[in-house]
Design a protein around this ligand. Sequence first.
Ligand code: 5GP
Ligand code: ZN
Length: 112
Amino acid sequence: MECIFCKIVQNKMPADILYRDTDFAVFKDINPHAPIHYLIVPSEHITQPLKDQVDHKTIVVLGKVFSIAKKIAKILDVEENGWRLVQNNGRDAGQVIEHFHIHFLAGKKMRM
Ligand code: 5GP
Ligand code: ZN
């Protein structure tokens, strides 16, 4: 298995980890697009859960993502100023890593 995010989640590759629970890890993006840029990553190697029919497991994962985002907004003290979640799907969106992940961005005024 050559998945970078699996390696990070399994502590086989270094990353700046902010948060971890049984189902997720949150670590700094290596190439940040905002002063605060973290990746919310399921521990399990899930790929393209939004491609076909969205199943119950995906809905649960997405619910947890929002719950974790709220927690890390508090940890990072950006609840007041605001934050953004981004999830890239496919080539036109610029998706590079197959392992499902959500970007958490904050620390500057963002435009669309
Ligand atoms: P995508 O475009 O697939 O949604 O975003 C993948 C993100 O993963 C990119 O923003 C990229 O900078 C980040 N990334 C790629 N390789 C690594 C890595 O080895 N470590 C960390 N921390 N982030 C990575
Ligand atoms: Zn993976």
